[in-house]
Design a protein around this ligand. Structure first.
Ligand code: BES
Ligand code: MN
Ligand code: MN
Length: 480
């Protein structure tokens, strides 16, 4: 059942006002990982709630309490819950998204101001932080609501919304909220939900739409090595004391091999190797080594074999080193011995791995490798945040609805993918509500989420909005 033409026509006729709304959203630098921007995350929550209310959605802000970030106690941004429609004859779809974004500064290498949406008319790109992750997709849902309200069309399903402002920082507080809201039964916002749809990932390439049935989990670590009471002069103390950075670099060098093998004993072993049958799943995807190298901006793929590269992202765990806090970083050639340095790294997890199963292996390994260094410096290991991996049943009607909607809007079948990234609450929705969860992406593989010059193509914003709306009609059409 295609969406009514009044719907798709409305979308085509309102491109400029949709882009303006995206510009308004991007202009609020709602960076959850930076304490200085916490007020902006709150501002974004209120803005979003206001938009939802204007579009006829009944909303509630849920206070998630406080947390400690970088040693500072902060108020958590609220979750915004919403509901529209209560027709017992209709299915009820719960939509999740996040209104926080990653940090961005023009000096990171952006060609434009990150929090000012720039429309590049030549390429059709909408450039700005959050354009694809995840403000564009959230606004896609608002566009769908606006079309229905303005044209006077009834929504084909009842809708529920759950938007959070801490996704980029581990979704703190949300698991508990989902569980308690579910436990409220008919009095809660999640009563009678038939399925969940999340638009917060990307196509594999820049040509082929996809629907997604898996996400990797995450375990994030911080390892601190300290010794001297203050930074030291390397001319005065070099070769006279144990240097923290020397020790830390040793440890960090032993976590992962250059070919991606995870060196923490037992971690890779938890996941069985793919057989020939499973490899076929990856061979049929519309993807090439060229795609990964284009998206990365360098000829640096780990293998020439497409299935191997795709499995590295989708069905195998990975360990990445992110940075060293406290290390000398800046202009010139400072001859310092830093007093205390912290290395940050994380492991992407796949079933059956969980943060609880992996963390003890990491602690034990680092402690034993540190002991081998025979250093007098001190070691501290912290576990910053984590989330479990998730894989869904893609034979469910929810996926069938998404497939049909994609065929109607894009005139081609979607690829069926698993993602390498993480959305920690996905599994919580699946388990607490006991319903199928679908990932229905709006943006493309080269959008550059978290990177410089993040963009969403105008066509993906517009066709993606039609896709979300059409998906609701397809859900409604299915008799299950
Ligand atoms: N939208 C991403 C999730 C994602 C990433 C999907 C890559 C597909 C590909 C989400 O906003 C995100 O960045 N998640 C974090 C979660 C982490 C902080 C727990 C991630 O994956 O690093
Ligand atoms: Mn996201
Ligand atoms: Mn993100």
């Amino acid at each position: 059942m295609p969406a009514p033409t009044q719907f798709t026509e409305f979308i085509d006729e309102h491109v400029d006002s949709f882009i303006q709304r995206l510009a308004n959203a991007v202009a609020i630098p709602s960076i959850s990982g930076n304490a200085q921007h916490r007020q902006d995350v709150f501002k974004m929550a209120s803005w979003l709630q206001g938009e939802l209310n204007t579009l006829g959605v009944e909303t509630k802000q849920v206070d998630l309490g406080k947390h400690v970030m970088d040693g500072e106690e902060l108020q958590l941004p609220p979750a915004i819950l919403g509901r529209i429609g209560n027709d017992p004859r209709k299915k009820t779809v719960l939509v999740y998204g996040h209104y926080d974004v990653q940090p961005a500064e023009q000096s990171d290498g952006w060609d434009t101001e990150p929090f000012k949406l720039v429309v590049d008319e030549k390429t059709g790109r909408l450039i700005g932080r959050g354009s694809t992750d995840d403000k564009g997709p959230i606004l896609g849902w608002l566009n769908v609501l606006e079309a229905h309200k303005t044209v006077g069309l009834e929504l084909p399903v009842n809708m529920r919304f759950c938007f959070e402002g801490m996704e980029e920082s581990g979704s703190e507080g949300l698991d508990d909220l989902i569980k308690s809201e579910t436990a409220k039964g008919t009095a809660g916002f999640f009563d009678n939900v038939d399925c969940v749809c999340i638009s917060d990932n990307y196509w594999l390439n820049s040509r082929t739409p996809c629907i997604t049935y898996g996400l990797r989990g995450l375990a994030y670590f911080k390892v601190t090595v300290s010794g001297p009471a203050r930074d030291l002069h390397s001319g005065v103390f070099g070769r006279t004391v144990h240097e923290p950075m020397t020790d830390l670099v040793q440890i960090m060098s032993k976590l992962v091999a250059t070919d991606g093998t995870i060196l923490v004993p037992g971690v890779d072993d938890m996941v069985s190797a793919a057989d020939a049958e499973e490899k076929k799943i990856y061979d049929v995807l519309d993807y090439s080594i060229q795609d990964v190298e284009d998206a990365a901006g360098g000829k640096i793929a780990l293998s020439d074999d497409k299935a191997t590269v795709l499995m590295g992202r989708m069905r195998n765990p990975s360990l990445s080193l992110h940075g060293i806090e406290g290390a000398f970083y800046g202009p010139g050639a400072k001859t310092v011995i830093p007093a205390s340095v912290s290395g940050k790294f994380s492991i992407r997890l796949v079933p059956p791995q969980t943060p609880d199963a992996v963390e003890p292996l990491v602690f034990k390994y680092i402690e034993s490798e540190f002991a081998k260094l025979n250093t007098k410096n001190k070691l501290k290991i912290e576990n910053l945040h984590g989330g479990k991996p998730w894989v869904a049943d893609f034979k469910h009607w929810n996926y069938e609805a998404a497939r049909r909607a994609t065929e109607l809007v894009y005139k081609r079948s979607p690829d069926l993918t698993r993602e390498g990234g993480s959305i920690p609450v996905t599994l919580t929705f699946a388990e607490s509500l006991g319903v199928n969860v679908l990932l229905l992406p709006m943006g493309r593989g080269d959008d550059g989420a978290h990177s410089t010059n993040e963009k969403l193509d105008k066509s993906n914003f517009i066709e993606g909005t039609k896709l979300l709306g059409t998906y609701l009609y397809e859900v409604a059409a299915i008799t299950a």
